[in-house]
Design a protein around this ligand. Structure first.
Ligand code: SF4
Length: 252
């Protein structure tokens, strides 16, 4: 069984498939908290810092998450959602950290169903969880957006960079790309060095960089620096379309 925080049909706003109509499934729970991303929120009367999806990370919100305990019911539910559009949308599984559930039998059955039905499945992952691709081969057919956290997340490196997990994806997945979220401060200090260290595992890395920010205003504070950084080092600039268009509105 696993938890869904929200699901919605939208346009992918980031990375290689930015602009593609996509059905989003956001799972509940994460193995990181990323306070460096500076999104302020309150939980249980306490002021906290986290990432822009803190409501899918902090267990204080778990009473709002939906338990999925039947693959048949959830696949029927997805079929009814997809029936209102007359094409197969990309499915983006995000979080939180969706790969927390990669071994879960219900989660895996749903991924298998999507893959077997020719649906493109992208995992938005922090790439800290090592997948056993031989035991769970459906993941070989998925796309992985490797959103590996850098020092600006304020997570210790031993938690945010798992070389074995990254190598397993690079070696086994049919498609993947790197996607880094960076601030102007990181651009001015260690961004290039950190990205080089992580992506040196891959002889031909596809590298997207996007500005930190949970709102239009905070993105405006970082986008120009990231834009120039990409020009300088031949990285691909990724905007965050959904925030540009909808600002802080969730589930659009
Ligand atoms: S890994 Fe992603 S979802 Fe988890 S806390 Fe960090 S930014 Fe948020």
């Amino acid at each position: 069984m696993f938890y869904i925080v929200e699901e919605f049909f939208s346009i992918q706003g980031e990375g290689k498939y930015a602009g593609y109509p996509s059905y989003f499934l956001r799972t509940g729970g994460c193995n990181l908290t990323c306070p460096g991303f500076q999104t302020e929120y309150s939980a249980n009367g306490e002021r906290k810092l986290g990432c822009d999806t803190y409501f899918a990370v902090d267990k204080a919100f778990a009473n709002q998450w939906r338990l999925i305990d039947s693959e048949e019911d959830f696949i029927t539910h997805l079929k009814s959602k997809f029936a209102v559009i007359d094409y197969k949308p990309h499915v983006v599984i995000t979080g939180g950290e969706p790969l927390l559930y990669y071994k879960d039998s219900i989660f895996y059955s749903i991924i298998n169903y999507l893959i077997e039905n020719g649906i493109k499945v992208t995992f938005e992952t922090n790439a800290t969880i090592e997948i056993d691709f031989e035991k769970y081969p459906a993941y070989k057919e998925a796309i992985f957006a490797l959103s590996i956290k850098l020092s600006n997340s304020f997570e210790p490196k031993r938690k945010r960079v798992n070389i074995a997990a990254i190598k397993a994806i690079i070696t086994n997945a049919q498609e993947y790309f790197f996607k880094f979220t960076i601030s102007k401060e990181l651009v001015a200090t260690s961004a290039k060095e950190e990205i080089d260290e992580i992506t040196s595992l891959d002889p031909h890395p596809l590298i997207y960089c996007m500005p930190v920010g949970e709102s239009r205003e905070s993105i405006w504070g970082n986008d120009a620096a990231v834009f120039e950084f990409c020009k300088k080092y031949n990285f691909i600039y990724s905007d965050r379309l959904h925030i540009r268009v909808f600002d802080t509105t969730q589930g659009v």
